[in-house]
Ligand binder design. Structure first.
Ligand code: H2U
Ligand code: ZN
Length: 353
């Protein structure tokens, strides 16, 4: 006998259930009751985040010598350079292996860049003004355009690792670009699902999704005229968010100047909300998913950024993706709805600072 679906989410949200991620076409497990469990496992040390405006030992500060011996210019705003220890390099010889469809490999051209957001060693996006964040967005756009126009580049991945917990090697505010010849796994899967959705319904997946979130409001964290931040219905990380442009556009370089201002404003704001949540400079990996640069048309692509922060209960207790998550499927402990509520409360608190 077919089991009756629970009619309302409130019943679901008290019990284990699974939710579907339409961007990746995969399921995640939600275990809302599980945060009650006792915790005697690892806690992370939180070093006080007190930094000087300029650190003579930092390889990203203006005027300092980098690890490869090059000297940074005395930059005054956002500064970008080719990664001295790049994982991907351009103009490599073409190569391919295929043994019985089991040992398969191919060469991968690419470009890696490092973007210093600010000359100030002691800042992060949350402490930068709209005017200071604007050049970061402009560099993201210019680099996407320039690197993406190369015939050997199919995708430009813009991202930021923040905090030692996320493997970030240096507290100086910076992000990276890794551009690849082939479209990497996650954007490739998102491209398929966005395109299939548009093929089936004649509308954009994320435009439709944003309308639902605006109507339901419970997972909405903040919005302005141009952008919205939600805890997605299918979030994996405890305080994961999805930053969506309100206009249907594919790439950072499609953003008009008003939209860039709106983006700078909301990026600073979500960073301050995160920092407020547990009273610590909030670690995360964030990055943009934008139209592939493979020369094809991608009308179904909708520009968005994902924030993946690992912290779960406090500045020191993080979510581990191990065991079941590694072997079976992603799992989360608190509901996306309660995470959004906590983030809205943190937003309220930042207003009184
Ligand atoms: P993180 O975002 O993970 O901290 O990485 C910083 C990048 O900066 C890293 O990829 C590069 C590293 O290769 N880097 C340089 O290109 N030059 C340096 O002098 C140090 C770090
Ligand atoms: Zn520095």
């Amino acid at each position: 006998m077919e089991r009756q679906m629970e009619p309302i989410l409130s019943t679901l949200s008290r019990n284990p259930h699974r939710r579907y991620n339409p961007l990746l076409g995969e399921w995640i497990l939600v275990s809302p009751h599980r945060t009650q469990r006792p915790w005697q496992g690892q806690t992370e040390d939180v070093p006080a985040d007190i930094r000087p405006p300029h650190d003579p030992a930092c390889y990203l500060c203006p005027g300092n010598t980098r690890a490869n011996g090059e000297t940074n210019p005395d930059y005054k705003s956002t500064y970008v350079f080719t990664n001295d220890f790049a994982s991907l390099i351009p103009d490599i010889p073409d190569g391919r292996v295929n043994k019985s469809d089991l040992l398969v490999a191919e060469s991968e051209n690419g470009v890696c860049r490092v973007i210093c957001f600010s000359p100030r060693h002691d800042l992060s996006l949350g402490g930068m003004s709209v005017k200071e964040i604007m050049p970061v967005i402009d560099v993201w756009a210019e680099e996407t355009m320039e690197i993406g126009s190369r015939s050997d580049i199919g995708y430009v991945q813009v991202f930021e690792n923040k905090g030692a917990m996320m493997g970030c090697s240096n507290p100086h505010p910076h992000g990276q670009i890794w551009a690849t010849q082939h479209i990497p796994n996650m954007p490739a899967i998102e491209a398929i699902h966005q395109s299939e959705y548009m093929g089936a319904k004649g509308r954009c997946l994320l435009c439709d999704y944003l309308k639902i979130e605006q109507n339901e409001a419970e997972r909405m964290v903040i919005e302005n005229e141009q952008f919205a931040v939600v805890v997605p219905y299918w979030a994996i990380w405890p305080f994961e968010t999805l930053l969506l442009s309100k206009r249907h556009l594919g790439s950072i370089f499609d953003l008009q100047s008003e939209e860039r201002i709106g983006l700078a404003e909301i990026l600073g704001r979500i960073s301050r909300i995160y920092d407020r949540l547990f009273g610590v400079s909030f670690p995360y990996s964030m990055g943009w998913h934008q139209t592939p640069s493979d020369g094809a048309e991608h009308p179904s692509w909708h520009l968005h950024a994902h924030f993946f922060p690992p912290l779960l209960r406090s500045a020191t207790v993080r979510k581990f993706m191990v065991g079941f998550e590694m072997l079976a499927m992603p799992q989360r402990d608190i509901t996306p709805e309660s995470a959004a509520e906590r983030l809205r409360e943190a937003d309220e608190m930042t207003r009184y600072e």
